[in-house]
Design a protein around this ligand. Structure first.
Ligand SMILES: Nc1ncnc2c1ncn2[C@@H]1O[C@H](COP(=O)(O)OP(=O)(O)O)[C@@H](O)[C@H]1O
Ligand SMILES: O=C(OP(=O)(O)O)[C@H](O)COP(=O)(O)O
Length: 394
């Protein structure tokens, strides 16, 4: 893959695929601009070389044509601030060529949501060829969408000569950090998996069993393990069809000598609400009508101790329902332990939309080594799958 520093953009018009799929509130204000800020070094480098930039992105998952709430026009003002200059806007991805051709060196054009055309997600070659006409070099910096074989993330590259296909700084940086964890992890290496569903994370957990010394499993998915081991979990989250798999994972971990740690206690609630009644019980003895919504104090202690002694840490998925303040302590404590370990020289990589949001929301973003902009993309890469967005640059 050709890197940005190997390319001189002077006099070139670069089609840059970014992942500006950012959360917007009801009045279309951006609530987390991490992905916008993460792509800025790439855009600045092109402009500083004397090139111009045509930005392509998706926003959300529009079905069946344009929808105002998914319009990238809501990002124009924020992008203008980010780059300190005017950002032009093309209201239709298939009618942007004249505007693109009129760009002068140093200018930026943002093109409307490519997913307003169904051809984008289908990876339609004709559609991709039309998008390719918007520039004379293709830069992919959309790591968060690199696991999609869509027209603008992958197929488009075929329309450019190999020397005019370039990986952006963000794409490169994400791959470097993921590789560092997978291939050069200093030991002890601890992975912390949480969140809601085992089914989403099963492949990565299996893969990690070959890599890690410690695997800590918290959050909602821990209750399927507790139930599979014969415990009572009340109304806690359960994927009943994954109980056998949970037991298999425990056996595999044993066979591979991995220290798989499950929570021993939980903070349980009598309803799924911040003002619920709460108490602490062993994870295997949750009464009917109650549900585990966070780690209990013993589990927090055990998880934090292991994290603090680790030299490489990978975290994906919150330890409880951190969106409700009364159930955020497990997630916050693990984040604190990661921050402490990082300060002692450990390398910490945070992946997954909700984990990244938790780290940002709880104020730890400056205290970890790297927060990935990819959710699914990072997991797929770590599972050993090929990322079409990266392969296409070859
Ligand atoms: N004990 C629990 N019960 C129910 N939901 C939980 C529990 N622990 C965590 N969650 C929820 O899991 C969600 C995140 O899951 P997931 O999407 O798998 O994480 P990520 O986006 O980090 O990969 C959060 O919204 C959180 O509230
Ligand atoms: O938000 C994204 O991925 P993520 O939810 O895995 O972090 C990317 O923009 C990809 O979006 P998609 O999952 O609609 O293809």
């Amino acid at each position: 893959m050709k890197t940005l520093d190997q390319y001189n953009f002077a006099g070139k018009r670069a089609v840059v695929r970014v992942d500006f799929n950012v959360p917007l509130d009801k009045s279309f204000a951006i609530t987390d601009d991490t992905r916008i800020r993460a792509a800025t070094p790439t855009i600045k480098k092109i402009l500083q070389d004397g090139g111009s930039v045509v930005l392509l992105s998706h926003l959300g998952r529009p079905k069946g044509g344009p929808e105002d709430k998914y319009s990238l026009k809501h990002l124009v003002a924020r992008l203008g601030e980010e780059y300190g200059q005017e950002v032009q806007f093309a209201t239709d991805a298939l009618d942007a060529e004249a505007q693109a051709q009129a760009l002068q060196p140093g200018q930026i054009l943002l093109v409307e949501n490519v997913r307003f055309y169904a051809e984008e997600e289908k990876g339609n070659a004709e559609f991709a060829a039309k998008l390719a006409k918007l520039g004379d070099v293709y830069v992919n910096d959309a790591f968060g969408a690199a696991h999609r074989k869509h027209a603008s993330t992958a197929v488009i590259a075929e329309n450019f000569a190999p020397e005019d296909r370039v990986g952006g700084y963000l794409l490169q940086g994400e791959l470097d950090n993921a590789k560092k964890v997978l291939e050069e992890a200093e030991r002890p290496f601890t992975a912390i998996m949480g969140g809601a569903k085992i089914s989403d994370k099963i492949l990565i957990i299996e893969k990690l069993l070959d890599k890690v010394d410690n695997l800590l499993i918290g959050g909602g998915m821990a209750y399927t393990f507790a139930k599979a081991q014969g415990g009572s979990i009340g109304n806690s989250l359960l994927e009943a069809d994954k109980m056998d798999l949970a037991l298999e994972l425990i056996e595999k971990a044993k066979a591979k000598g991995v220290n798989l740690v499950l929570p021993t206690d939980s903070l349980i609630a009598d309803k799924f609400a911040n003002d619920a009644e709460t108490k602490v019980t062993p994870n295997s003895q949750i009464p009917d009508g109650w549900m585990g919504l966070d780690l209990g104090p013993d589990s927090i202690q055990a998880f934090s101790d292991i994290v603090r002694q680790s030299k490489t840490i990978l975290w994906n998925g919150p330890m409880g329902v951190f969106e409700m303040s009364n159930f955020a302590k497990g997630t916050e404590s693990v984040a604190q332990a990661i921050a402490d370990a990082t300060q002692q020289g450990a390398f910490s990589l945070i992946g997954g939309g909700d984990s990244a949001a938790a780290v940002n929301q709880l104020g730890f973003s400056e205290q970890v080594s790297y927060i990935s902009t990819g959710g699914g993309a990072l997991l797929e890469y770590m599972e050993g799958k090929e990322l079409p967005g990266v392969t296409a640059l070859g």
